[in-house]
Design a protein around this ligand. Structure first.
Ligand SMILES: Cc1cc2nc3c(=O)[nH]c(=O)nc-3n(C[C@H](O)[C@H](O)[C@H](O)COP(=O)(O)OP(=O)(O)OC[C@H]3O[C@@H](n4cnc5c(N)ncnc54)[C@H](O)[C@@H]3O)c2cc1C
Ligand code: SF4
Length: 338
């Protein structure tokens, strides 16, 4: 691990003041970076993937809103420093929107979730093996060096949202449930704050896979805001992986369903393990709205969700796996009662 300066920030202002005045800069070599739970940051610093010269610990920040869960009416506000395990244990969140709790419970291990924060979870970096092992060319780590996964072993890589520069999967689970619910994030900058739909946080790789989000280095996520519709109690997060625990998704889906009798009034679908960014399956939702949720309709929606898929040599199985995961989740939520 390279030497670095470690600083603790007691306030938001202190944390943000510590950030360098630079325009958008990729996380690999940004000189100053935040550390929250540290489960992703310390791992990637050890591997030499993240190379900050200054690490600003945001855990001591005193602003209580950053570590609080508040549920008032339909609005859920999750502070960015809330630990994953705290949110998954929240009985009302679980009752009113099971897919949110399940997307947390099915991630990593309980020990990691006791440390990891919700803000850090959204910003975790890909697990692409060629990205993690710094001797390989990788456009995300070293822009312009090439993509080793493209013609390498790409079994776990993305089939949606890919570019000629990068096919790395976004591996987080929680963001899929959030994107399905049109959640937004609160961002505090040095001079101003702003609110952003979560669907606009992560950037498609295109020709700059090294720039992963629209956050500026001097901005911090302070909270996640979710409007939970009354019908979200009919929702689920289904995760398919190589083993039943402690593994990232090969395919996953967050589904929430609003039924009017047998007809679909509304449906929300997020897909994980399959795309370069948290993925909303808008075309699949459009197929389902206004018609009865039969197995035939679910299959038609799944076909629509993967119509634009671009599989490579070792991950073509993900097209069928993704479709079947979605169909199974839709059939399961159909049987749930409100
Ligand atoms: C073995 C293992 C298995 C895992 N399995 C899964 C899994 O199945 N599903 C899953 O979803 N995740 C999984 N994870 C990832 C884990 O959930 C993340 O590492 C964790 O959520 C990151 O949160 P953190 O607080 O530790 O972030 P950190 O490591 O502290 O930070 C991560 C990044 O976010 C930035 N950051 C943190 N907080 C903020 C903020 N508030 N504002 C702006 N920037 C911020 C940091 O600068 C850094 O770039 C796994 C991790 C490990 C090690
Ligand atoms: S898929 Fe992306 S992260 Fe992986 S090697 Fe290629 S450029 Fe790097």
């Amino acid at each position: 691990m390279l030497p670095f300066i470690y600083e603790r920030a007691d306030t938001l202002h202190e944390a943000l003041s510590a950030m360098e005045e630079v325009n958008q800069q990729p996380p690999t070599d940004a000189p100053s970076q935040f550390i929250a739970g540290g489960t992703n940051m310390s791992d990637y610093m050890r591997l030499g993937v993240n190379r900050p010269s200054r690490l600003v610990d945001i855990n001591p920040i005193q602003e209580t809103a950053m570590r609080t869960i508040a549920l008032e009416g339909s609005e859920l506000r999750l502070g960015a420093l809330v630990r994953m395990s705290e949110a998954e244990d929240h009985a009302e969140i679980n009752r009113r929107c099971p897919m949110l709790s399940e997307s947390l419970k099915l991630a990593a291990s309980r020990q990691i979730r006791n440390m990891a924060t919700l803000g850090g979870n959204l910003l975790q970096r890909t697990r692409c093996e060629y990205f993690r092992e710094i001797s390989w060319p990788c456009n995300k780590r070293l822009p312009g060096s090439g993509c080793s996964a493209m013609d390498g072993f790409n079994r776990q890589h993305a089939i949606l949202g890919v570019s000629d520069s990068c096919i790395a999967t976004y591996h987080g689970d929680f963001a899929q449930a959030l994107i399905a619910l049109d959640a937004s994030i609160e961002i505090q900058g040095r001079d101003a704050n702003r609110r952003l739909p979560i669907s606009e946080l992560h950037r498609l790789p295109e020709d700059r896979p090294d720039i992963e989000t629209v956050l500026r280095p001097d901005e911090m996520i302070t909270a996640i805001i979710v409007q939970i519709p009354q019908w979200a109690s009919r929702s689920t997060y289904l995760k398919v992986r190589d083993r039943q625990s402690y593994a990232f998704a090969l395919a996953s889906t967050a589904v929430a369903l609003d039924l009017d009798g047998k007809n679909v009034r509304d449906v929300r679908i997020g897909l994980g393990g399959l795309a370069t960014v948290p993925w909303r399956a808008v075309t699949a939702e459009d197929v389902l709205r206004g018609r009865p949720l039969t197995e035939e309709a679910a299959n038609a929606a799944a076909d629509a969700a993967f119509a634009e898929a671009k599989p490579r040599e070792h991950n073509s199985f993900k097209v069928e796996l993704g479709k079947q995961t979605l169909v199974r989740a839709l059939m399961e939520v159909r049987e749930m009662s409100l």
